[in-house]
Design a protein around this ligand. Structure first.
Ligand code: DQA
Length: 235
């Protein structure tokens, strides 16, 4: 794998991702006004994989991009899945997806899926989540470096903010400049403001929810996030 900022699918500015972890949303009337990228949380859609596949096929000929992930339970996933199952889920659907998201912690054991995804032209996002806190900045810098070393196309960090200082540290981290594409987001009550701020500082994938249920604490509805991002200029 190797980092690829010039890949034709790589966002050149902040995008809104609408996240789906609930089968009832597979019929949602997707529109670029609400979000430019649709995330399919396969861990919440296991009984509906046929419909996920059909939806991905339909979206492939639209202007929207798609992202698939099968989140592990230790990082917020909704179902207990073995590495084999996750390799198969992601590898199998990757020809239809623009991005695949694999936790940084599992990237080595999911090398098969990552390799398959890249062969199929998808970009590999290496993610890290902490639903309780914002780890110290050196720890987060290490995550960025690790993703770069493993050849991911993008690193994505989602951390719970418990103070304004947490947000300040993450904003500073964004401003350091990185040789890998980056997506960063806060969770919790500072999530909304952090997401707009980080998008202004260059965070590429900015998540909101579709329908009426968030997939992470503090997410905006995707349509509002999208409007807020469009209304704010890069800093
Ligand atoms: O990893 C992420 C980001 C996220 O956790 C968020 O904070 O918005 C939401 C998840 O659906 C997605 O897979």
């Amino acid at each position: 794998m190797s980092m690829n900022r010039s890949h034709p699918s790589m966002p050149q500015g902040p995008k809104t991702v609408g996240s789906i972890a609930d089968p009832s949303l597979l019929d949602h009337p997707f529109s670029a006004d609400e979000c430019e990228i649709i995330e399919f949380r396969l861990d919440g859609l296991l009984r509906n994989l046929g419909q996920v596949r059909d939806t991905l096929i339909k979206l492939k000929s639209s202007q929207l991009q798609t992202l698939i992930t099968a989140r592990c339970t230790s990082e917020g996933g909704l179902a207990e899945l073995t590495t084999d199952q996750r390799n198969q889920l992601i590898g199998g659907l990757s020809p239809l997806a623009t991005f695949v998201d694999i936790e940084l912690a599992n990237l080595a054991e999911m090398a098969t899926a990552a390799e398959q995804a890249r062969t199929n032209g998808a970009l590999v996002v290496a993610s890290f989540h902490d639903f309780k806190k914002t780890p110290d900045t050196d720890f987060l810098r290490d995550k960025v470096k690790h993703a770069l070393d493993l050849g991911a196309d993008m690193v994505k960090i989602a951390v719970h903010h418990n103070s304004v200082e947490d947000m300040y540290r993450c904003a500073t981290l964004m401003q350091e400049g990185h040789s890998i594409a980056i997506s960063l987001m806060g969770m919790g009550s500072l999530a909304p403001v952090s997401r707009v701020l980080y998008s202004q500082l260059g965070s590429l994938l900015n998540y909101g929810y579709l329908g009426d249920k968030e997939t992470a604490p503090g997410q905006w509805p995707a349509s509002l996030l999208s409007q807020a991002i469009r209304a704010s200029k890069p800093f």
